[in-house]
Ligand binder design. Sequence first.
Ligand code: HEC
Length: 197
Amino acid sequence: MSQSQETKLHVEADEQHLLLDHAYDNIQELNHPLPSWWNFIFLICCIFSGGYFVYYQLMGGPSLRDEFNQEYARIVAVQEEFRKQNSAFNQEHYAGILADDGVNKGQVVFENNCLPCHAEKGAGDIGPNLTDDHWLVAKSTPDTIYGVVFNGSEENGMPAWAELLTKDEIYQAVAYVSSLKNTFVKGKDPEGEKIED
Ligand code: HEC
């Protein structure tokens, strides 16, 4: 830009005092002070960080890991409480489930969750054949089947369904599994102990 074309910086009258006393390449600069709310927040942050440092670094405040462990312990306690309350088989509730089309509803639960391991009609694959008269962990009765489905047999590959299915879905699955026993669908060979009833 030639000198003659140079445009004059327009500065409002009330901003004159903000104009800095220098110009680089004819560029002039206004120095607006930071707004007071910004300074205020900055000050609050400085005060907070002082307290934060003293509490967490000098006074032994809990570390992130400590806080995680505390919260995790609370989760475990809630889970245990839930299991305690629901792990007991309730015969009356089961009767209600059976009366409410439990076996057919249980078949749906079974097909959605159990099929990969127990195969079509419970004939067995990774998990044992559920249609014979041999039992590995359950003892053929609905209450023992409920116990296995609820708590699993995790060291042998049967998941615990306590937190994965609703209580009613577990009861329905038990109703369906109970309806399978002694139907002797051809599949995996019998495993475990023979129980006649
Ligand atoms: C990831 C594979 C897997 C899935 C999914 C699975 N199971 Fe199992 N299940 C097993 C295994 C393995 C066993 C044998 C456990 C043992 O030997 O301790 C078993 C055992 C059982 C038993 C006890 C059988 C016996 O002979 O005592 C029942 C009942 C059962 N499962 C029901 C179910 C139901 C109902 C579902 C779905 C909600 C399900 N399982 C989903 C793998 C599975």
